[in-house]
Design a protein around this ligand. Structure first.
Ligand SMILES: [Zn+2]
Length: 146
């Protein structure tokens, strides 16, 4: 029966379950038992560290909440409801495109845009304004080129 102290290789072999040594020496020898416990604790810590690298559901939820809070805080005109902003955009365009205003092209045919199409375009612009806080987030989701 081998009663010498465990070498580093013996301990690593035991850690991975490939050691041929019996554990009787570890039960009797304080230095070897301490070395074994330190090595096992290090391995457990590494496994936990690796598991912590994967974002859990709770962590993702907290992250999402923080992002949404920042977006809400970053909206400069958030106190104005969307219909008010849309009405302001329609009014501005109506003034710019009114028949008395000079046409940008200088032609006499004018811009004939059906009201429904104009409203649809204005609504699209007014509703698709990206909050400033999302600009920095966009970089996170773009694919990195190798
Ligand atoms: Zn020993």
């Amino acid at each position: 029966m081998d009663d010498s102290h465990y070498s580093r290789d013996d301990l690593i072999g035991k850690l991975y379950g490939v050691s041929s040594r019996e554990d009787a020496h570890l039960a009797r020898c304080e230095p070897c038992r301490r070395a074994w416990e330190e090595l096992a604790a290090t391995r457990r810590a590494l496994i936990e560290l690796e598991a912590g690298a994967e974002p859990g559901a709770a962590r993702l939820a907290r992250q999402r909440e923080a992002v949404l809070r920042r977006i809400e805080k970053g909206r400069g005109l958030s106190w104005l409801p969307v219909p008010v902003l849309s009405a302001a955009a329609v009014l501005t365009l109506a003034i710019v495109l009114s028949p008395t205003a000079p046409l940008p092209s200088g032609g006499t045919t004018g811009l004939v845009v059906p009201d429904a199409q104009l409203f649809a375009e204005i609504y699209e612009v007014a509703s698709s304004v990206e909050p400033p806080a999302t600009a920095s987030l966009r970089g996170l989701f773009e694919e990195q080129q190798p």
